[in-house]
Design a protein around this ligand. Structure first.
Ligand code: XMP
Length: 529
């Protein structure tokens, strides 16, 4: 395995809070809220051994000042429902259980958790007692909170009941150093949810403020300098996306021209992307950039390949080959910088508590570090996408890169259904450009997660002048999402859709029909391949 810890070993240990993930839909949100409140927080699997928590496990080893137990789709009564090691509850560390987490604390400590009798979904009025958890909320002793649960804690003898709603007799409790709330303080529909989490982090756990983007940048630059040393050389696969671009900027700030970026034109890039990347990094930031025109070899490799996964494999392999050749040409390279971010890392480490099947093989330069004996530098490995954007902004990243939509590793091939041919790629590229242009014209670009055009092998009849003509069908896909785990199609106004459709059929040669994808994720994925 590549040395993933190369960025961590020398890092100053940070006090932190950990969220144990029981598979709840808001687990990541809890982590993000705590970080927004200024405390370094990590997500760990619910069944982490208690010894690990005592030793300060995680990306950054450090003393654990508080533990939060997340929600879960399970009932504590279900056979096989997730349980943490019970000794975790005996640690001398304050614990906050949220929803399922609260029910688990109650269940283990003799409370009565009723099954699905009085479920609550949506807003509810919480009547709370003044307590360290709810200190400084409202004079009235009431707030609106967000509920999303089937089971209810009906009774919890021995605990101090500090909050209830009409349907939930034990909506908040304290028992020794353990707290539980049935509602979700991390969801913005809960009034004063931030204040409740703030009370837990600062008043109850005694955390110090230790998480801010400015200090992250200064710290990380120091770490990169130390890890890479005075003579180390680094290569970075630059795609022009926000993650690899920010990685390159950070590493460049730390070691200047001992970083070489490799930018590969695989023929699957967006309109104008090649020129924009070269201009930004070579001319604007004055960085060492090796440009490789590998269009032909990628397209040759893709010839005749129709299956989506097979296409991803070809692209991954070609990428590794090109990269390997270039790294060997450069010689004396010790490190590979990658734009891995926190959700990628969690997925690959299997920290999520849910059993998940592989839907798509996301490719990076996996395999290469072992082959070439490179150590990994992953300075963004503990950041969420929006935190990466903050870092990028702070580092002076130009707005077009900062505000661009995510773009998949396999590029336009993820949007060409069936065999990838030059003609289908041209249609996909030109039509996607028009979709983006019309979104920008109408002010929608910044409001959506991703927007692009898809093309497959289907053709439909059209009429050109007075003659029948057969042309491709292009599908427009515009989605809104947070973190891409789920997504909804955007209900764009008809006039925006109409202008996209008109421009595509008028300006992209060979297209007769335009359709709009109205599937959400799940069951669909965002990209068609
Ligand atoms: P799906 O299509 O799985 O995509 O719903 C979720 C998000 O991931 C992006 N995506 C990729 N990103 N390498 C990447 O770096 C990949 O191979 C890849 N495939 C999909 C996709 O654009 C969406 O934002």
């Amino acid at each position: 395995m590549p040395d993933r810890n190369s960025m961590i070993g020398n890092m100053k240990a940070k006090d932190k809070v950990v969220v144990l993930d029981f598979g709840g839909q808001y687990s990541h949100l809890i982590v993000r809220r705590c970080r927004e409140l200024g405390v370094y927080t990590e997500l760990l699997p619910y069944d982490i051994p208690v010894e690990a928590l005592k030793d300060g496990i995680g990306i950054e080893k450090g003393k654990i000042k508080g533990i939060i137990l997340s929600g879960s789709p399970f009932s504590v009564h279900e056979p096989g429902s997730p349980r943490c090691n019970f000794e975790v509850l005996d640690l001398e560390i304050p614990i906050l259980g949220i929803c399922y987490g609260a029910q688990l604390i109650a269940h283990i400590n003799g409370g009565v958790v009723g099954e699905g009798m009085k479920s609550e979904f949506g807003r509810a009025e919480l009547l709370f007692k003044d307590s360290d958890m709810f200190n400084g909320l409202t004079e009235s002793g009431k707030i609106n909170v967000w509920m999303s649960h089937g089971d209810v804690i009906e009774q919890f003898d021995g605990a101090d009941i500090i909050g209830h709603t009409m349907n939930t007799p034990v909506a908040a409790f304290r028992i020794a150093n353990k707290y539980g709330v049935q509602f979700h303080p991390e969801v913005h529909h809960t009034d004063k949810g931030d204040k409740i989490l703030w009370n837990f982090l600062y008043k109850i756990c005694g955390c110090e403020r230790n998480w801010a983007i400015e200090s992250f940048i200064t710290d990380k630059i120091e770490v990169i300098k130390r890890v890479v040393g005075d003579d180390g050389r680094v290569v970075c696969g630059l795609s022009g996306g926000i993650d690899s671009s920010t990685t390159a900027l950070l590493v460049n700030k730390a070691i200047d021209d001992r970083l070489t970026c490799i930018f590969v034109d695989n023929g699957l890039l967006r309109e104008g992307e090649k020129e924009a990347v070269i201009n930004t990094f070579e001319n604007n930031f004055n960085m060492k950039l090796v440009f490789v025109d590998a269009k032909e070899r990628f397209l040759n490799g893709l010839r005749g390949v129709k299956d989506a996964e097979a296409k991803r494999m070809v692209i991954g392999e070609q990428f590794i080959n090109v990269f390997e050749e270039e790294a060997i040409k450069l010689g004396n390279v010790d490190f590979l910088a990658q734009g891995t971010i926190y959700p990628d890392r969690i997925e690959s480490a299997g920290a999520s508590s849910q059993k998940s099947s592989r839907i798509k093989s996301h490719h990076n330069v996996g395999g290469l570090p072992e082959k070439l004996g490179l150590k990994l530098v992953e300075p963004l490995a503990d950041l969420y996408k929006d935190e990466v954007r903050e870092v990028a902004k702070e580092l002076g990243m130009p707005l077009p890169i900062l505000n661009q939509h995510p773009f998949p590793g396999p590029g336009l091939a993820a949007r060409v259904i069936g065999e990838v041919t030059e003609d289908k790629l041209r249609i996909c590229r030109e039509a996607s450009h028009l979709v983006e242009a019309e979104l920008k014209n109408s002010g929608w670009y910044g409001k959506v997660w991703q927007a692009f055009a898809i093309v497959g092998d289907d053709v439909a009849t059209g009429v050109l002048g007075d003659a029948r003509s057969l042309g491709r069908i292009v599908t427009i896909r515009v989605v809104e999402s947070k973190e891409a785990m789920t997504a909804d199609f955007v209900k764009l106004p008809y006039d925006v859709l109409e202008s996209m459709s008109k421009r595509i059929t008028n300006e992209v040669k060979g297209v007769t029909w335009v359709t709009y994808a109205i599937s959400s994720k799940p069951p669909a994925t965002i990209e068609p391949c």
